[in-house]
Ligand binder design. Sequence first.
Ligand SMILES: [Zn+2]
Length: 343
Amino acid sequence: MKTAFPTLVGNKALREHLAADILGHSLSHAYIIEGVRGSGKHTLARQIAAALSCEKKEDAHLPLPCGLCPSCKKILSGNSPDLIFVQKDPEKAQLGVDIIRSVREDVRLLPNDTDFKVYVIEDAHNMNFQAQNAFLLTLESPPPYVVFLLLCEDSGALLETVRSRAPRLKMQLLTPEETEKYICSVDPRAQELRQSSPREFADVLTVASGSVGQAIELLDDKKRAPISARRALAKEFVSALENRSARAGAQIISRLPQKREELLLCLFQIRLALRDLIVAKKSDGGELCFYSLREEAEDLSFALSTSDLLSVYDAVEEAISMTGANGNLRLILFSLATKCRLI
Ligand SMILES: [Zn+2]
């Protein structure tokens, strides 16, 4: 079997299945590609487009797509008019029916210089009801040279009628080890950070939760700084629960952000940390999302009772919902501190 989609990391079964469909000429004319941000949806879409028109498809010694033939080069470098990215108008919240109508017109025109025309519908979950309905007929029976790839984070937002016309390809998240191996092989900043600050590097892998794109984004110091600051505050909050004192409690509460949006992001991190401690209490080895070191979470969870953890978790949940609902921030923080017995 040829190496399938060499630039996509992980997702072995999906890659092999798709390659077999392309080589056996049994590819569906539409797919939903579902996965979180940074999970490789765009990479896969480009690789499918290149593979379809690859001139060395039949060469068993080369990967699919080969990446070397003129057609592959043109598509993979973003210079092919036959790979079309369809996006919503940036001024609008949703992808409207006008854009889908122009796609419907465009599919009638033959490919320019490759065998297929591939339409990538970005954030397909943003298509409004009318747009999805207007799309149905084209989606069901497009011209033979057309393939639609609908990228989305959650296919549940698409109408059942759309979902039933396009098989779903679910992007898999990578393990921390796979993410580490990959980012270190493609980005020198990963190796540098792993050497200079192993702890921070472990945090990058934890925060990225298996999304290579997000991990690479977090290698940028500027992007990582605000997240690291929120995580540090969340850790302080949880530590204050371990040795409750009025002074430490008042201190951490006063250090939480005063701006609504920033406070919300910080509370999300606190909730994630508490969730980890609840998971760490159980002995079934459930995966952690906040703590990079399992022992750290286990030590903290050991110091707090389950009922304490659950009531603090509820108090944080309530603070999140009140902050989101425009409640008075001072009152929210006071109520949070009291319910968590921090003051
Ligand atoms: Zn090729």
